[in-house]
Design a protein around this ligand. Structure first.
Ligand code: P6P
Length: 329
């Protein structure tokens, strides 16, 4: 394995970026410290302090909050909030944005799902943290909706940390998708894969078929099509669904195929959040040669109207996505 650390890699990219000031590198350093701290807690969950189980709180999404959700949220908000590089943080766990006082603020906006898939913690299934970085758009010191409700194509960077058999940090700043593996003995992330590309076509589909009774007809037809027998188009596809977006997405990125969380008759906008899940994964998959849509429109072209807006998500290999769009049309 290459012994390039995550910060060394980001610094190299910074040197190749005209006008770079080092603020982004400093911000990313705080994010990776947060990742190491959360990784330690996730991997020691159940040992020592009682960090497993429910916090007793229900979040803005109406979801029961795990103690580790709160812990991860506090860690990222504290570390990134004190970096001096950001003027606002939005989090899936916080109803309102955290606004940094102008005298301690910087030019970036940080958006985070601090612990996605946390309902899987108690059954020891992979979970993750997902983040996005945007530039402040509005002039002057105040943070406005122009800063908090940006279309995903304005992301400066996007990434996720997946806490599993190993802790991986996967990110893009628009020049390819790169993966770093945490060496727990050294407490350092080392470069493991540079400029990842998603296979042009896969052989798996990933969706919660438990919702099929409330799917719209085109969605039903798409999944039936993927299950038909046709050697020429590598069908039937295999179903793989973990119920943790970071894990389902990471497998799709490496092996190809398509992940879907469609809108349905009960929830026309689906379940996943635009800012904290769909937009960052869409930036990553496009930088790896894949595609991401809401079934019709490119995810990165959508301008959200609320920081907690939900959106249907189809994401994966370009050939699988093109076929899905043809069948959903
Ligand atoms: P369902 C986890 O709660 C999450 O937000 C994503 O990580 C995951 O893809 C999705 O919800 C799973 O939802 O309805 O299939 O349990």
């Amino acid at each position: 394995m290459d012994r390039t650390t995550l910060v060394q890699f980001i610094r190299r990219q910074e040197k190749m970026t005209p006008g770079a000031t080092g603020e982004f590198t400093n911000l990313m350093n705080e994010v990776l410290v947060g990742a190491k701290i959360v990784s330690l807690q996730v991997n020691n969950a159940g040992l020592g302090e009682d960090i497993l189980g429910m916090s007793g709180r229900v979040n803005v999404q109406g979801e029961e909050v795990q103690k580790l959700d709160d812990y991860a949220n506090d860690i990222f908000i504290k570390l990134v909030g004190e970096s001096g590089n950001i003027c606002a943080i939005t989090s899936e766990e916080n109803e309102k944005p955290v606004i940094i006082p102008p005298d301690r603020a910087g030019k970036y906006i940080f958006m985070v799902d601090p612990l996605d898939g946390s309902s899987n913690i108690d059954v020891n299934v992979n979970i993750g943290s997902i983040f996005s970085v945007y530039r402040k758009q509005s002039p002057g010191p105040d943070v406005t909706d122009d800063d908090l409700l940006q279309p995903g194509h304005q992301q400066v960077a996007a990434g996720y940390i997946i806490y599993g058999p190993s802790t991986l940090f996967v990110y893009t700043s628009g020049n390819g998708v790169h993966t770093f593996t945490l060496d727990p003995a050294l407490g350092e992330f080392f470069l493991s894969t540079q400029d990842m590309k998603i296979p042009r076509q896969g052989s798996t589909y990933s969706v919660n078929e438990g919702n099929s009774q409330v799917w719209q007809e085109p969605q039903k037809k798409l999944v039936e099509y993927l299950k038909e027998n046709d050697k020429e188009t590598k069908r039937p596809y295999k179903l793989r669904y973990i119920g943790s977006l970071v894990a389902d997405f990471h497998r799709t990125l490496l092996k190809g195929g398509i992940f879907m969380y469609p809108g349905d008759k009960k929830s026309p906008e689906g379940k996943l959040r635009y800012a904290f899940e769909a937009a960052p994964m869409a930036m990553i998959v496009e930088n790896a040669g894949g595609k991401a849509s809401n079934g019709k429109e490119r995810i990165l072209d959508i301008k959200p109207t609320d920081i907690h807006q939900r959106v249907p998500l189809y994401i994966g290999s370009p050939e699988d996505m093109d076929r899905a769009h043809a069948l959903l049309a």
